[in-house]
Design a protein around this ligand. Structure first.
Ligand SMILES: Nc1ncnc2c1ncn2[C@@H]1O[C@H](COP(=O)(O)OP(=O)(O)O)[C@@H](O)[C@H]1O
Ligand SMILES: [Mg+2]
Length: 420
């Protein structure tokens, strides 16, 4: 086996002693090549998904907390069923970055749609030519806007920046009409709908107001042109997206994903151990109590849960622990050590706020109880929670009736038995 040097060779060797080809606590979104081996449960929600598609719902949301498994779930649905292959074309997921303007959004959508159609063979020559023509315009336009952004021209999509003078203007209206035309081609020649997943609409990652606006622009397309838009983000997403006049009342029922139960989580781990074991004689690194504790700390954020197990196992490898199954009494100190690093690197007032929220439970910056304990005013606390909740493993924002409350995330929760 080739390796990049002594250190890697040694780690590989140790992994081998455990009986794994790589760290079994895989913590990324499940992609097609491993999805079916590693995915657990969600049958009922998968059923709901196909039902929405069958009912011709044009736009609906997949809602769930950070790390609960939304993106993996969507992929599972997208790949899982032949019936879907026959009735739909699914594009790559589209994300809306913080500074996404209309033009760049439409170009992304167009590229995604064209790419997904490239693999379809039974289109007429005329349609293929049309697609190539659109693709060329899109490619040029994208190059120009990246070139533009280097010189700071982008963002002025309405004014004509220097970069746009080279080619005839490809306006947003042109792009919408091209999208329409592509939708029509799919309907007539393939009898298929185009499914557009817009993922990562969690508010920390994107500007939700902008997302509402951009999704609104797709509205006419949704109504008339053979498209299904699926928006993936945190709980309450449907309510937020449909608050704008343009998209009100067109949303179908959301699919709400709740956290995987501890049994599902343990089953997911078993599957990972088997999958990454190089034969059946691997040694399970942790016993069930460890998984139960990590699940308890995770608040359903199984990304954090897998990531944490991944990092603890890394420590076992790096420090060359004896190959055997470790129980909670061995693992908790390692977990504390790892998470305490993250906690102690915060500023002292941030640490103070997290400790208080940990002790007093979820609160809002407007609560006197919190202001008194902090000895700060609302605005100061607001700034702190804003910053801390950018990392949901530290602090999580929840809407309860009309106000936002904040609760500590898994990192802080997992430090419960140390003195924070
Ligand atoms: N149904 C499932 N079975 C097994 N693992 C899952 C499942 N859903 C999610 N995961 C794992 O959980 C983590 C978070 O999943 P992801 O889909 O990225 O969450 P989200 O999009 O909600 O933030 C990933 O490590 C993924 O591999
Ligand atoms: Mg996701």
């Amino acid at each position: 086996m080739k390796s990049n040097g002594h250190h890697v060779a040694k780690a590989d060797d140790i992994l081998n002693q455990w009986g794994f080809v790589s760290n079994p606590y895989y913590d990324h979104e499940l992609l097609p090549d491993i999805l079916f081996e590693l995915f657990v449960n969600r049958e009922a929600s998968i059923g709901e998904f196909y039902k929405s598609i069958k009912l011709n719902t044009s736009i609906f949301c997949i809602e769930g907390d950070y790390g609960v498994g939304k993106s993996s779930f969507f992929r599972r649905c997208a790949l899982g069923q032949e019936q879907l292959d026959k009735s739909s074309i699914i594009t790559n997921k589209i994300t809306i970055t913080k500074d996404a303007a209309e033009t760049s959004f439409f170009l992304t959508v167009l590229s995604a749609v064209i790419n997904s159609l490239k693999v379809v063979s039974n289109l007429s020559q005329k349609s293929k030519d049309k697609l190539t023509e659109i693709e060329n315009v899109v490619t040029i336009q994208r190059q120009q806007s990246t070139a533009g952004s280097i010189y700071g021209f982008i963002g002025h999509t309405r004014t004509s920046g220097k970069s746009e003078q080279h080619s005839p203007k490809y306006t947003n209206l042109n792009m919408l009409s091209d999208l329409s035309e592509i939708g029509e081609i799919c309907k007539v020649e393939l009898d298929k709908k185009i499914i557009l997943p817009i993922d990562d609409l969690e508010s920390e990652k994107c500007d939700l107001d902008q997302a509402i606006y951009l999704v609104g622009l797709l509205r006419d397309l949704i109504f008339t042109d053979n498209y299904v838009v699926i928006c993936i983000g945190e709980p309450g997403l449907r309510e937020k997206l449909s608050s704008s006049g343009r998209t009100r009342s067109i949303f179908g029922e959301s699919i709400i994903l709740s956290e995987l139960s501890v049994d599902d989580f343990i089953q997911a781990i078993d599957k990972r151990l088997k999958y990454f074991g190089n034969n059946s004689s691997y040694i399970p690194p942790f016993d069930e109590d460890v998984y139960k504790k990590v699940h308890e700390y995770s608040y359903g954020d199984i990304r954090w849960a897998f990531n944490t197990l991944n990092r603890i196992f890394e420590v076992l490898i790096r420090k060359n622990y004896i190959v055997r199954t470790y129980g909670i009494s061995h693992v908790l100190p390692l977990l504390h050590e790892i998470e305490y690093k993250a906690f102690s690197s915060l500023e002292s007032n941030e640490q103070k706020l997290l400790s208080i929220l940990f002790k007093l439970g979820p609160l809002s910056p407007s609560d006197n109880e919190l202001q008194d304990a902090m000895g700060s005013d609302r605005a100061t606390i607001q700034k702190l929670v804003q910053k801390l909740s950018e990392d949901s493993s530290l602090l999580r924002k929840k809407k309860v009736s009309r106000k936002f409350i904040y609760e500590v995330g898994p990192i802080v929760k997992s430090l419960e038995s140390s003195k924070i």
